[in-house]
Design a protein around this ligand. Structure first.
Ligand SMILES: [Zn+2]
Length: 308
């Protein structure tokens, strides 16, 4: 955490300069301009084809993310991990970035709980929704070609890399964007046998095994500090639900099928959230042997630390 790092040109990798007038960034080498509009700096060509998500989900999911047990528990887990595993970083002046922040639901939750976090996403639609709610730096960025070098102390990738073909490259880019001793927090869907229509409709490229995530993080240069399954205690119920929903949902349209997957049943929602809150309390003490999500915390460093 010695220097402030650099913002570089995604096109030619040269250090960008900040225009004093409009707060746009520009590249003195290739002359490209990266505009700052309504609080969002865009490092992505508007004409570039964007894959991996569907714009309308940002609007449809906003309400669900505030209520559904899975999203609520994941936010609590992320906050817990930032406080627990990045304590020394957040105690000093820090810069944290969530890549793939979507509509900013996690950013908002972290902010409400005293953690400053900036947001980056390929899709401007989600960033615009969050822009209405908060004044934090937001970037339209391609996770495969980040403009940051040694710039952030913490980077979060929460259910993002499973949407991207070249997930290895995303991890390498995050590594380069982190300062030395900076940390990455990552969640991914796991248990390959759960792969099904829901994953395809969510634009997932894969679900991860624990070994696969460990190898990919290590190959990107990270030293893993903690890796654990999550959504473990209700995992058997989830398996059954998926199994029957895949059978029963055969005649449902894609839209109906997805709606059913994320529908909120008030009583069950409360019970599941309560169980997952217990998991968060236990995750520090043990690692669950199974679950539908994987959580990892890793450090930008050379030596491999003990995996807890
Ligand atoms: Zn350039």
């Amino acid at each position: 955490m010695t220097s402030d790092g650099e913002i570089i040109c995604p096109n030619c990798k040269y250090k960008l300069l900040l225009e004093t007038k409009g707060n746009d960034y520009f590249c003195p080498r290739c002359n490209k301009i990266y505009p700052h509009r309504n609080g969002i700096i865009s490092f992505v060509d508007e004409n570039e084809e964007k894959v991996g998500y569907k714009n309308s989900y940002f609007f449809e999911l906003r309400e669900v993310e505030d209520k559904h047990f899975w999203f609520k528990a994941r936010k609590k887990l992320i906050l817990y991990c930032v406080k627990k595993y990045c304590q020394r970083i957040i105690n000093s002046k820090h810069k944290m970035l969530e890549i793939g922040c979507g509509n900013g639901s996690v950013l908002q939750y972290l902010k409400e709980n005293g953690i400053d976090c900036q947001g980056g996403d390929l899709f401007i639609e989600g960033l615009k929704i969050y822009r209405e709610m908060a004044e934090v730096p937001l970037y339209q960025v391609d996770a495969l070609n980040l403009p940051f070098r040694e710039y952030f102390d913490i980077i979060g990738l929460f259910d993002v890399i499973e949407h991207i073909d070249e997930d290895r490259k995303v991890l390498k880019e995050a590594y380069k964007a982190l300062k030395s001793n900076g940390k990455i927090l990552i969640t991914v869907p796991t248990y390959k046998k759960l792969w099904g229509r829901y994953d395809k409709l969510s634009f997932h490229k894969r679900r991860y095994s624990k070994t696969e995530l460990i190898i990919k993080l290590r190959n990107a240069g990270f030293a893993i500090e903690k890796i654990s399954y999550f959504v473990s205690l209700i995992f058997p119920v989830l398996l059954l639900f998926r199994y029957f929903h895949n059978i029963k949902g055969k005649n449902q349209s894609d839209e109906e099928f997805l709606k059913k997957e994320i529908q909120i049943m008030p009583l069950l929602n409360r019970v599941f959230l309560w169980i997952l809150e217990i998991e968060i309390k236990l995750i520090n003490l043990l690692h669950f042997p199974f679950g539908s999500s994987l959580l990892a915390i890793a450090r930008k460093g050379k030596s491999e630390s003990r995996i807890l």
